[in-house]
Design a protein. Structure first.
Length: 337
């Protein structure tokens, strides 16, 4: 339970210590009845929370391994609450890894179990996860499903993870070219996270806000140019400053939390912005440093995207003997950075 609270607060390094210690003391036979006392099997809970925490810490492959162990244990125990819990956690892990189809499959299992056994909270949670997955795949009903899930989640009186869910809906609205609505949701999410200490997704809130500010500025520039009959204005410089501030705040929070996966995302957002301000070398340097920290997960969407962006930023610097221009270059081992 301490590990769960620490993870929700964004204290990931401490959280993983508690989750791993809890599982090391877990005995399936001795703790079989715990679910009746605490509504949760401690082994399933420890593995699921460890999976999420490991992803935030920049270990996406180890996170997936822990999640598979959690799902296996939940299937073996065949207890409805544990199954709904595990498949929802798997859906969100795949959301974090940007694997929409896998997230949808896990969410649908969790919805089916929750619906059959009246587990309203997990049904709401999993509906949101499924809606995100549909939206990512370009299916229109995704946003509506997310809205329904968030409303159902709120009706349970639960506030934990709400800021995360609001951010997912904001991202979906961003893709639907509705930045104003998305920004309103993010302000609500930020207020909530600051009020209740549920800060594990806080860095991502600021990053998405920065992306939305850039989208909003670009849209306004296009609108003004069209009215004046002039060429399209790429962006609004003051908005660049605000967006950069959001990205830097995201990086700062992620570094404080040791959330390397979120730090990488924020650094990528910043590295895409800086060249538009004539700061390409700065963008290359900060992305190279952050990408070089990772030692696993190179087949995940974030790291593939980071490598492609780094190659693009390095293209004018690369020489025939510079392995930085090749996708398969070996990253630096720099855990102590």
């Amino acid at each position: 339970m301490t590990g769960v609270v620490l993870a929700q607060m964004g204290e990931f390094a401490l959280a993983i210590e508690h989750s791993e210690k809890a599982f090391s003391q877990y005995d399936p036979e001795r703790h079989l009845d715990d679910v009746f006392y605490y509504s949760q099997d401690p082994g399933v809970g420890a593995l699921c929370h460890a999976a999420w925490t490991l992803w935030f810490l920049g270990q996406p492959d180890q996170a997936l391994q822990r999640m598979e162990e959690g799902l296996t244990l939940a299937r073996q125990l065949s207890e409805p609450h544990g199954l709904a819990h595990a498949f929802f956690f798997a859906a969100i892990l795949h959301q974090l890894r940007r694997e929409a189809r896998l997230a949808q499959e896990c969410a649908e299992v969790a919805i089916a179990v929750s619906s059959e056994h009246g587990l309203l909270m997990y049904q709401a949670h999993s509906t949101i996860a499924r809606g995100w997955a549909l939206s990512e795949q370009g299916i229109d009903e995704g946003i509506e499903q997310m809205r329904l899930g968030i409303a159902a989640h709120k009706a349970t009186g639960t506030e934990v993870t709400r800021s995360h869910f609001l951010t997912l809906l904001a991202e979906a609205l961003e893709k639907a070219r509705q930045p104003e609505q998305a920004l309103c949701l993010l302000e609500e999410a930020l207020d909530l996270a600051n009020q209740n200490g549920d800060r594990y997704y806080l860095a991502e809130l600021y990053r998405v806000k920065g992306e939305l500010l850039l989208m909003q500025a670009t849209g306004r520039g296009v609108s003004r140019a069209a009215k004046r009959g002039k060429a399209v204005v790429e962006s609004n410089p003051p908005m660049f400053v605000q967006a950069e501030g959001c990205f830097n705040q995201s990086i700062k929070i992620a570094q404080q939390q040791k959330a390397k996966s979120l730090e990488l995302r924020a650094v990528m957002s910043l590295a895409r912005l800086l060249p538009k301000q004539g700061r390409k070398e700065e963008a290359r340097r900060i992305l190279d440093e952050t990408y070089g920290w990772f030692t696993e997960g190179f087949d995940t969407a974030d790291l593939i995207e980071a490598r492609a962006l780094l190659n693009d930023l390095s293209s004018t610097r690369a020489t025939a003997g510079d392995d930085r221009s090749f996708p398969g270059r070996k990253p630096r081992t720099s855990r102590g950075r």
